[in-house]
Design a protein around this ligand. Structure first.
Ligand code: ADP
Ligand code: ASP
Ligand code: MG
Length: 818
């Protein structure tokens, strides 16, 4: 004898009913089968919604209509298989139910509420209708199948909406299920009957428990829980995309896991199975040939220490404290006796060693009951100040690690807490199961997903995550998105999951925690975006609990640069080619660095100088290794490198600028390059990097454009006026040539002076041969003298800059917060 249970998701539509029936028939070919069914997905919730709507005096008819439509559709679709007659029978049953719903709702509306047993009787209607349909399907397929009313047969006690089955007394009722006449008994899950013959339920999601109890009552050899996932995973697969399937669990492990929130099994399911040593499989209805997970007496064979991570949501922490608590015998027992009388179960308990307070968690659904129970129990103590007002902290979750082998292993908690710290999760309370089979931590619900993913990563994963929030979708931004699109798979194979979760331009922003489709981001940014707002973007990142978010600023905008501190305070790393932050006032410069340190976030700006060339990194390494900069000299502008190279060849300044502009080497307005300001910013960044406390105004800047000429007006006006400077520049070139020198636009740090100017360089200067958009940086230091340390290569262009930004983004990996 085997028990097969199908959950709501496995019965969500007609195809699924059909699929389930095939699984049942296959099993029944080998042995007798008891089938336990849930209500089709959403039905139980809708039934409860119907009662709540009626209780509030609102119109419940629309809710009933929704239920009717759902079942009518199911029955209509079944007709081609089961035929008209059977369908008519089902419609008759549905009509009776609908009448019952209408009458009960009317009563509830009149009474302005409903009793638990009333609720239980209505709640199980979904399960009963599932059974009615399945019975017809199986019979239509020629099987000897009949409904057996397990709800009547289960004798249960305890809270009416969370009752516990008395297996021994229920057994005799199950003996009436006559398997000599049938091969398949179809039974509704979820419901049972109290000793005074009132309807009760076994708790939400309780059909798993029904199946286990049926298995125990029928002495079944095996119980199979058929659901919508491949089995029990080491974390909820909806939260952790690369959760691992567990092939085997012990009863104790399964119990702790489900108790601490693994929804795949109702927490009460294991007790009857373990008591009667019935092995249980969790299997996927959509992949019936998969092995699934076996839960049994067998000791763990996997060798895993931590088997799984569970998340229990909607928790409230209750804190009973006060001077009267200390050393007083019996306070704890009074607290828990009051809770137990209120028929509430406690999910976790901690006690401070000072005995000053007792702290425990309950489901937030039970808050009102617990409040009343404790305030009644301690009325006098509260009045006299013996106890402080009882505290209730809502919006909490409990995250637990579970495994039989945990008790033999050191360092697990350290790893667990490190992972939580890494995720920026604040720990509210801690508890270890007395069996040392679990460690649980109470945390804010808003960081729950992040906590689970990071803990999973710490214990099981080599997978690392980066979520890019890109601001600026111009040349560099789009090049970066293309590179990310190209590299995504390559990185994935190397265990790096990189998603672009935000793209913003100066007007709009597009946000998607699952990752924006990089084939269509332009259309989506135009269509599905909202107005850009950096503060909103950062709160969105937090709300959606991104794991390793990185703000990537590919603008050259001052306002965006002013947001970096806020970004890091909100938990984002910052990566940028934008020079505006590093060239703002020194106070902000220092603030950026102290915020990064305090928040353990990275602020990376390798592309500020020399685009893709590793300038900042090398300079940092030299300085950290004790070297001292004596002098620096460099060509720091790709566009000016190109232009001055062309001037050497005899081209005019205006012509060279025009070509540089067409090639995308210059800023949109070439005056930004020719004025020297861009190079000045780079020199300032380098100078600050080696320790000089300069402001931008301390850099002496000589423009390429002769001072005496007028270059005002629009970009286009400027391009028209530029030829007026040609003569002056070509004369300067000729003059240098006559001395065997060349003109270069050079940034310099020399002693206490920083400058940007047109300089004549001779043939043995490292900058002499640099042209065609190349950058060259010569560092004369204590170690590198008299021959300087030189970096040379393309220092501009969208692709190299984007690649440099990309490299910085990848450097945010492995960055631990604590
Ligand atoms: P059913 O309708 O079959 O009863 P449930 O929705 O109650 O299905 O339970 C299955 C769901 O449990 C899965 O879809 C999955 O998201 C969730 N779940 C949570 N934790 C785990 C886990 N550790 N392993 C597998 N599934 C889990
Ligand atoms: N239908 C019930 C519920 O939704 C029981 C179950 O599906 O397990 O809670
Ligand atoms: Mg379930």
């Amino acid at each position: 004898m085997k028990v097969l249970k199908f959950g709501g998701t496995s019965l969500g539509n007609w195809q699924r009913f059909e699929q389930a029936s095939e699984i049942i028939i296959k099993a029944a070919e080998k042995e007798k089968v008891a089938v336990v069914l849930s209500a089709p997905a959403t039905v139980t919730n809708t039934l409860i919604e119907m009662m709540d709507t009626a209780a509030k005096g609102e119109s419940y008819k629309e809710v009933i209509e929704r239920l009717l439509v759902l079942f009518k559709n199911l029955f209509d679709e079944s007709e081609s298989l089961i035929g008209k007659e059977r369908k008519a029978k089902l419609e008759e049953i549905l009509k009776n139910r609908a009448d019952y719903w209408a009458v009960t709702s009317k009563c509830i509306a009149y009474m302005k509420g409903y009793e638990d047993s009333f609720c239980a009787d209505v709640s199980v209607c979904g399960e009963r209708l599932s059974c009615a349909l399945m019975e017809q399907i199986l019979q239509a397929k020629g099987k000897k199948a009949e409904i057996f009313d397990s709800i009547k047969a289960f004798e249960a006690k305890g809270p009416a909406l969370n009752a516990v089955v008395n297996i021994e007394s229920s057994r005799k009722n199950f003996a009436k299920c006559d398997f000599s006449k049938i091969d398949i008994a179809v039974m509704p899950g979820f419901g049972a009957t109290s000793h005074d013959k009132k309807a009760v339920t076994l708790g939400r999601n309780g059909s798993d428990y029904s199946a286990a109890c049926v298995a125990a009552c029928l002495n079944a050899d095996c119980c199979e829980i058929w659901t919508d996932v491949d089995g029990a995973f080491n974390a909820d697969p909806r939260i952790v995309s690369d959760a691992h399937l567990l092939s085997q669990l012990t009863y104790r492990e399964a119990m702790e896991m489900s108790y601490f929130g693994a929804k795949v099994l109702h927490p009460k399911t294991i007790t009857p199975l373990a008591t009667y040593h019935i092995p249980c499989y969790i299997k996927n209805t959509f992949k019936p040939d998969f092995d699934g997970t076996l839960i049994s007496d067998e000791p763990d064979k996997s060798g895993l220490v931590v088997k799984s991570i569970s998340l229990l949501e909607k928790q409230t922490m209750v804190n009973v404290s006060g001077p009267g608590m200390k050393g007083l015998v019996g306070m704890a027992s009074r607290v828990f006796a009051a809770i137990s009388r209120a028929e509430v179960s406690v999910s976790l308990i901690t006690q401070s060693s000072s005995e000053y307070s007792i702290c425990f968690c309950i489901s937030s659904n039970d808050l009102e009951k617990v409040k009343d129970a404790l305030n009644d129990e301690f009325e006098l103590e509260l009045q006299s100040g013996f106890l402080e007002p009882i505290e209730f902290k809502n919006d909490l979750s409990i995250i637990s690690i579970v495994g039989d082998n945990m008790k033999t292993k050191k360092g697990l908690s350290a790893r667990f807490f490190k992972a939580l710290a890494q995720a920026g999760v604040n720990v509210v309370a801690i508890a270890q199961g007395s069996s040392e089979r679990s460690i649980s931590v109470v945390i804010d619900k808003k960081s729950a997903t992040r906590a689970v993913v990071n803990t999973h990563q710490a214990f099981f994963d080599v997978q690392q995550f980066i979520e890019v929030m890109l601001v600026g979708s111009g040349n560099i931004g789009s090049a970066l998105l293309n590179q990310i699109k190209k590299q995504k798979e390559f990185l994935k194979e190397r265990n790096i999951t990189l998603k672009v979760c935000g793209i913003a331009n100066s007007k709009k922003m597009l946000l998607d925690e699952k990752g924006i489709d990089l084939d269509n981001w332009k259309e989506a940014l135009a269509k599905d975006s909202v107005d850009v707002d950096m503060t909103k973007m950062f709160s969105w990142v937090n709300e959606h609990q991104l794991i390793n978010p990185v703000l990537v600023d590919c603008t050259s905008n001052q306002d965006v640069a002013n947001c970096y501190i806020e970004a890091m305070d909100e938990g984002l790393h910052v990566v940028t080619p934008n020079k505006k932050a590093n060239t703002r006032d020194l106070a902000y410069y220092a603030d950026l660095r102290s915020t990064a340190l305090r928040q353990r976030r990275q602020f990376l700006y390798e592309t500020n100088v020399g685009a893709g060339l590793p300038v900042i990194d090398n300079l940092k390494k030299l300085i950290f290794a004790g070297d001292k900069l004596i002098k620096f000299k460099g060509i720091l502008s790709g566009s000016l490198s190109f232009i001055f190279g062309k001037l050497d060849e005899g081209m005019s300044l205006s012509e060279a600028t025009k070509i540089a502009r067409e090639k995308g080497f210059t800023e949109p307005d070439p005056r930004d390059d020719l004025s020297g300001m861009d190079v000045a910013r780079k020199v300032l960044i380098l100078a600050r990097e080696v320790g000089f406390k300069y402001e931008l105004s301390d850099i002496s800047v000589e423009s390429v454009l002769p001072k005496e000429l007028d270059f005002t007006g629009t970009k286009e006006d400027f391009m028209k006026k530029l030829p007026t400077a040609d003569k002056i520049l070509s004369e300067m070139i000729e003059k240098a040539k006559s001395k065997g020198k060349r003109l270069r636009y050079v940034g310099e740090i020399d002693g206490n002076k920083c400058s940007v100017k047109i300089a004549e360089v001779d043939a043995d200067d490292p900058l002499y041969a640099v042209k065609n958009g190349e950058n060259a940086l010569a560092f004369y230091s204590e170690y590198y003298t008299p021959i300087p340390f030189v970096l040379r290569g393309y220092g501009a262009g969208n692709e190299v800059t984007a690649a440099g930004v990309f490299a910085d983004i990848l450097r945010t990996l492995n960055w631990t917060r604590e």
